[in-house]
Design a protein around this ligand. Structure first.
Ligand SMILES: [Zn+2]
Ligand SMILES: [Zn+2]
Length: 404
């Protein structure tokens, strides 16, 4: 039974509209701060507020956590500021799912023509595209919103979702289940659709059907790309990794990769395997770089065949010290493509259709990539210490500690 003091404080906290969240106070120092009494954000015109059921952690969050060591992320977070002194603390986090709890003014005026079953209402189970494009630049107006030059990312430039509630534009909300129905897509999967969308976007940009594919990096993105490449008809799949080898090798085998190569002590084995198996074409048809590790870029352009494709999703944290562009790209006639975020919103349509297809059984595969343990926001220090240690692949926070 609730004591009257606890009940009082609950009422007080509800009436004060306060929430728990993780904040990045100072870019020059590592770590986050847990705030217990942060103001609950109010949805503005055309925005909705979503109660966060589950929120996933990605490599970008880890870079923000360790911002003192990463000049790249500090610069990115200050991209739209006149000077570093203009930085104000933000709520971090950008991958989540939740329940719509308040519609801001104008939302349903904007959605008048939406068929009723698609209309997003209070109580619906949703996720959101957290890259906010300007909507007006020439890229936005030519179907390239994902590379809008003014794109702002929630949890990087604006308040994000490591919180009990988050506000997003109605336009960016993606319906997962009417009336809070989480039976089709569990919250732990709903929370990682942003990352799954990165993998779907990457594999879709490569032409993998009937092709040999090398996936460099077997973190969550590389592993998801592995089962996607298999589903999309790749004929031979190589996966490389340098850490947490045992579990990643087992998962890549479960996702039907043909070869798993340990590159922790160099990539000689990878090169000799590709030379042996791809001798007809002198390399693999497609390389997907998912690791961001510097030696992997060297491997990518060495193992790709003449006329092949190199698709880059992993984020190199520093410029490449040297790059032989003549031998790696020009004389080989290689096509190189960078991937940022998800196409708005065709990637979302594709990924939801893939997940909902029982034929592909992607839900059970995604369940294997995501952590089984849920962390509370209060446990963030432990969670970030575990990240990358091999204990978990894709970490999930449950802001109120209850959701699965
Ligand atoms: Zn992310
Ligand atoms: Zn734009």
């Amino acid at each position: 039974m609730q004591t009257s003091a606890a009940a009082d404080s609950k009422i007080k906290s509800e009436s004060k509209q306060e929430m728990k969240c993780l904040i990045k106070e100072n870019l020059a120092a590592d770590g986050f701060s847990l705030k217990e009494t942060h103001p609950v954000p109010k949805p503005g015109f055309g925005e909705v507020r979503i109660k966060v059921l589950a929120t996933a952690v990605c490599g970008t969050d880890k870079s923000i956590y360790n911002s003192a060591k990463s000049e790249g992320i500090r610069k990115e977070m200050q991209r739209y500021l006149a000077s570093a002194a203009d930085y104000r603390p933000i709520v971090v986090g950008h991958e989540f799912c939740g329940i719509v709890e308040e519609l801001g003014p104008g939302v349903h005026d904007m959605a008048l023509d939406v068929p009723n079953h698609m209309l997003i209402q209070k109580g619906d189970y949703v996720t959101a595209e957290m890259h906010l494009s300007c909507g007006h630049c020439s890229l936005c107006r030519t179907g390239n919103e994902h590379i809008c030059t003014g794109v702002k990312v929630k949890g990087v430039h604006l308040d994000g979702c490591f919180a009990q509630s988050v506000v997003v534009p109605y336009k960016n909300v993606i319906l997962l289940g009417k009336n809070g129905d989480t039976s089709q897509i569990s919250p732990r999967i709903g929370a990682m659709l942003d990352a799954f969308g990165n993998a779907v976007h990457t594999v879709q940009e490569a032409d993998v059907a009937g092709k040999s594919v090398a996936i460099l990096g077997a973190g969550p993105l590389g592993l998801m790309s592995t089962f996607l490449c298999r589903a999309f008809g790749a004929t031979r799949i190589y996966v490389t990794e340098a850490a947490d080898l045992e579990r990643r090798q087992a998962l890549s085998a479960e996702f039907h990769a043909d070869h798993f190569v340990d590159v922790s002590k160099g990539s000689g084995q990878l090169h000799s395997l590709v030379n042996k198996l791809e001798s007809n074409s002198n390399g693999v048809d497609v390389v997907l770089e998912m690791s961001g590790s510097l030696p992997a870029y060297d491997d990518a352009f060495k193992i790709v065949r003449n006329g092949g494709q190199v698709i880059l999703l992993g984020i190199a944290r520093q410029p490449l010290p040297s790059f032989d562009i003549a031998n790696g790209v020009i004389w080989k006639g290689v096509t190189v493509k960078g991937i940022f975020g998800r196409k708005m919103f065709s990637t979302w349509e594709t990924m939801l259709s893939l997940i909902r297809s029982d034929r592909l059984d992607l839900k059970s595969k995604l369940e294997k990539v995501v952590a089984q343990k849920l962390y509370k926001l209060d446990e963030y220090e432990k969670a970030f210490s575990v990240l990358g240690s091999g204990e978990e692949l894709k970490l999930i926070f449950s802001p109120d500690g209850t959701q699965a």
